[in-house]
Design a protein around this ligand. Structure first.
Ligand SMILES: Cc1ncc(COP(=O)(O)O)c(C=O)c1O
Length: 382
């Protein structure tokens, strides 16, 4: 998608808008398929990254699975056509009535997050159900602490001793079909080593328990390049992780979210005006932290590109900010840009994951519209 298309979207639909490049998502799916062609592999797309129905429809048609973490996500994927046997249920606090429904519907797997959840599930069993256990391998994913989930101090999953006790209990109940182990150590991971540590520890655990896993689910987390050149090296991943995956002889599942959708989208905003104070210059946009909270929440730095002619423009160093009544409503600090004029557009890049999905209407500023680019035309998303 080029900058002319983004400007056309802004002019046709108004701003702020999320614009999704759907052919990009197809490319990602092909790449993944090719990479794992020697495995019995399934992608279970992490719906939390982006629950847009047009995006989910692509995944549905491409026959992927999905990972959901709430009943809202479950209903959304059912609505676009995913059958229960393609849905993995994750989440660290599943409600009883929801567990009951997942059992009735026969989802692909309920991934148990705790011993307590196993006891809870036992109480609502009306028919046999497949379960997996989310283990917490106590691995440092070397990512922002808000999105690290595989350390023992994190609330997710169970240690291997607890997993062993859960497996013993599960195996005494004919209503359970124990299919495998799951772990998700964090998000925006740009080094292979944490994955290696996690998968090796699962391997030793499985060996020690004499487990033959039907499914090994390594969660998501693949990091993308947000403009600083740091990205998960897939060649390195293949070299270090694939030989161990082969030893399992299991169905391999990845629950990627960010890697599939993040680079597919732009948040296009209009410059309201440029404000000069005695100490700073601020570029004021008509979008803010309520539309894209990642900078405020994780200190994320998204690339921002001008959608106007920059030749012969003076460059300025400015804070790029929004209209929300919070000082955290800052996309970039001291960012060098060709000075925009009122009414011109900019695009904030790589916002397809955890962008619109985390938007709110705080300050009662409406959420942006979502626009799709299908390679030929721009359409309002359903
Ligand atoms: C259980 C689980 N799986 C998959 C993901 C997706 O992670 P990512 O978008 O980094 O691939 C998450 C994200 O938090 C998660 O909690």
């Amino acid at each position: 998608m080029d900058s002319h298309t983004l400007v056309e979207a802004a002019e046709s639909f108004g701003t702020p808008i999320y614009v999704y490049d759907l052919p990009f998502i197809h490319q990602r799916l092909s790449l993944l398929k090719e990479m794992f062609k020697d495995f019995d592999f399934r992608l279970a797309y992490a719906v939390k990254a982006n629950f847009n129905k047009d995006i989910l429809s692509i995944l549905e048609k491409e026959n992927t699975m999905v990972d959901v973490v709430s009943f809202g996500e479950y209903k959304q994927v059912r609505l676009v056509g995913f059958t229960p046997d393609r849905i993995i249920v994750n989440g660290n606090c599943k409600r009883k009535e929801e567990l009951e429904q997942y059992v009735k519907d026969g989802v692909f797997s309920i991934n148990l997050d705790s011993y307590e959840e196993l006891l809870r599930l036992e109480k609502v069993l009306s028919k046999p159900i497949r379960v997996s256990i989310r283990v917490n391998p106590d691995v440092d994913a070397k990512t922002h602490h808000h999105i690290a989930t595989g350390l023992k101090e994190n609330k997710f999953g169970v240690d291997f001793d607890t997993a062993a006790k859960m497996i013993e209990r599960i195996n005494t109940n004919k209503m359970f079909d124990f299919i495998g182990l799951h772990c998700h150590i964090g998000s925006q991971i740009t080094e292979v080593e944490p994955y290696l540590e996690a998968v090796v520890s699962i391997k030793y655990f499985a060996k020690s328990m004499n487990l033959k896993l039907k499914v090994l689910n390594l969660g998501g987390g693949w990091g993308i390049d947000y403009g600083n050149g740091k990205v998960l090296d897939l060649g390195d991943y293949k070299q270090k992780i694939f030989p161990i995956l082969k030893e399992f002889d299991s169905t391999i599942i990845l629950e990627l979210g960010r890697w599939i959708v993040a680079p597919s989208a732009y948040l296009v905003a209009r410059v309201e005006y440029v404000k000069r104070t005695s100490s700073k210059i601020f570029i004021m946009l008509d979008t803010g932290m309520t539309h894209l909270i990642r900078p405020a929440l994780y200190g994320a730095k998204h690339k921002i590109i001008p959608l106007y002619e920059t030749k012969n423009r003076k460059k300025i160093k400015a804070d790029i900010v929004g209209p929300i009544c919070e000082s955290a409503d800052t996309f970039r600090k001291s960012y060098t840009m060709a000075e925009p004029q009122e009414g011109e557009y900019v695009a904030i890049c790589d916002v397809g994951a955890y962008g619109y999905a985390m938007a709110s209407d705080y300050n009662l500023i409406p959420k942006p519209k979502e626009i799709i680019w299908n390679g030929k035309e721009l359409l309002r998303s359903s």
